[in-house]
Design a protein around this ligand. Structure first.
Ligand code: GAP
Length: 466
């Protein structure tokens, strides 16, 4: 029932409304906009960046700082091309590309209705089977009969390191942060001597030359990942896979995603990445359908073994107690940060009526809200109110951040502006403040106002923000 309701909202153009609000209110802008944009690239404005940082910090706190078995890392984006040979990305990190022979528009074939089995065979290097199927229509020219045969297109962005553009200088922008952790496994072992199980965690940019970037932040060409490579004995992988599964769900609830909007999909063997023996996709009900939010994979010892084979480095683990040497196995929770932001925006975007007027507000959990409090003098042209408001703003800012000061336009407009960026509380300084040192605190969701003594304001808000 819930899903149906969301689909109806989608028909009302929910995505377009969210994209428009993001631009209008300084969350997210189209990349390189004044030059007509660049498909699949998005720029974060002040509030978008604050939201992003809040999500990153919450993730880092839960999965790294609050644990004793995690080692953070920030590896370089450019890596030796041999990394991608060993990891299998040069050979196999491809999507099926089809081109309309009439208008030359290009598409990811599986996204527009070509049968998936066709490409699975291509990925495995087998000849494709002939299918009898109704060919999809070209989204641009409408032709259904004119398709060139699909080819497999490698999604890594190629570049050259140094001034000479030859085979030896080829490098790639990383398509996943994961490999930066596998290649540093030995460094972390040598520096910290961790005991199994332990993990490495990284937040950083990843790049994929997606054939058809679409759905706002959902499929971008430049995006951020928050990934963990958790190393364990082979015999224990299931135990840690299960514990991450629970922790992922807990964290998604922590940042305000409704558990009814999250669905686990056991990925079939044919659809799993080449390195995975088990994958669960955590999907979210976006306005454009139920799609992947993040993945949890059992990568076995595939990556460490592949790097041992290619580099000759010793990436094994020696167990002092059992006197046993072996290559650890790996569990990988992989979160797309931009997809997380998109899911949160979709979850919190709300329309209602207040005081007889339609309003839009973002029902962020206070912990992720980009601005926690806004402070207003009731009237801009009353210096005594403005002065008092500035004092209260400065005092509050010592305790709670980020907060904003706004004296622009009538009070109703200022409330609407804060509602649209999801500020949980607005504090108004009025003539009563000058008399009895109390202010009104307005709650974003209900619009209810409460009078609070200025001396108790910061603790009142701090308690309400929890
Ligand atoms: N290291 C494993 C890995 O990269 P993946 O399923 O290809 O696995 C992990 O990607 C996550 O990265 C996805 O679940 C998604 O959240 C995010 N992601 C992948 N491609 C993306 C894209 N083009 N745009 C935005 N996010 C993307």
């Amino acid at each position: 029932m819930e899903i149906k309701k969301k689909k109806e909202t989608a028909e009302g153009g929910k995505m377009e409304k969210i994209i428009s609000l993001c631009k209008r209110r300084g969350f997210i802008y189209p990349g390189s906009e004044i030059y007509g944009g660049l498909s699949g690239a998005w720029d974060y404005g002040s509030f978008g960046l604050s939201l992003k940082n809040n999500i990153k910090n919450s993730w880092w706190k839960k999965f790294v700082e609050e644990r004793d078995d995690m080692y953070g890392i920030d590896a370089a984006i450019l890596m030796n091309a041999k990394v991608w040979e060993a990891s299998g990305h040069i050979a196999g990190f491809s999507d099926p590309l089809v081109e309309c022979s009439k208008c030359h528009s290009q598409y990811r074939a599986d996204q527009i209705g070509f049968p998936p089995d066709h490409f699975q065979n291509m990925k495995k290097g087998m000849p494709s089977i002939s299918y009898v199927f109704v060919p999809p229509k070209c989204e641009k020219c409408g032709s259904a009969e004119n398709w060139f045969s699909p080819i497999m297109f490698n999604m890594m962005f190629k570049t050259n390191v140094g001034p000479v553009e030859d085979k030896g200088s080829v490098s790639y922008l990383r398509p996943e942060t994961a490999q930066g952790m596998f290649v540093n496994f030995k460094n972390v072992m040598d520096s910290f001597h961790p005991r199994l199980p332990f993990g490495m965690a990284q937040i950083g940019k990843a790049f994929r030359n997606e054939i058809s970037p679409r759905d706002f932040l959902f499929r971008a060409r430049e995006f951020e990942q928050m990934e963990i490579e958790y190393f364990t004995r082979e015999s224990e992988w299931e135990k840690y896979f299960e514990s991450f599964r629970t922790e992922i769900l807990d964290w998604l609830a922590d940042i305000g995603l409704d558990k009814d909007s999250i669905h686990e999909l056991e990925v079939s063997a044919e659809d799993r990445a080449h390195y995975s023996k088990r994958t669960i996709d955590f999907e979210f009900d976006y306005p454009f359908g139920r799609k992947e939010l993040l993945g949890l994979a059992y990568r076995t010892d595939f990556d460490l073994s592949a790097h041992i084979g290619k580099s000759g480095a010793d990436l094994s683990y020696y167990d002092e107690e059992t006197k046993d040497r072996f290559v650890p196995h790996c569990i990988e929770p992989s979160f797309g940060l931009d997809r997380m932001i998109l899911a949160i925006l979709c979850e919190v975007y709300t329309e209602d009526e207040m005081g007889g007027e339609k309003r839009i507000f973002l029902k962020f959990k206070p912990t992720v809200a980009p601005v926690k409090v806004a402070v207003f003098p009731l009237l801009k042209n009353k210096p005594e109110l403005v002065k008092k408001a500035q004092i209260i703003f400065s005092e509050l800012k010592k305790e709670i951040r980020p907060i904003v000061f706004d004296d622009n336009g009538n009070i109703g407009k200022r409330y609407r502006r804060q509602d649209e960026i999801g500020t949980p509380f607005c504090v108004t300084i009025d003539f009563d403040t000058l008399e009895n040192d109390t202010v009104t605190v307005r709650d974003r969701d209900t619009g209810k106002q409460e009078r609070v003594k200025t001396g108790e304001l910061s603790s009142f808000i701090k308690n309400s923000l929890k």
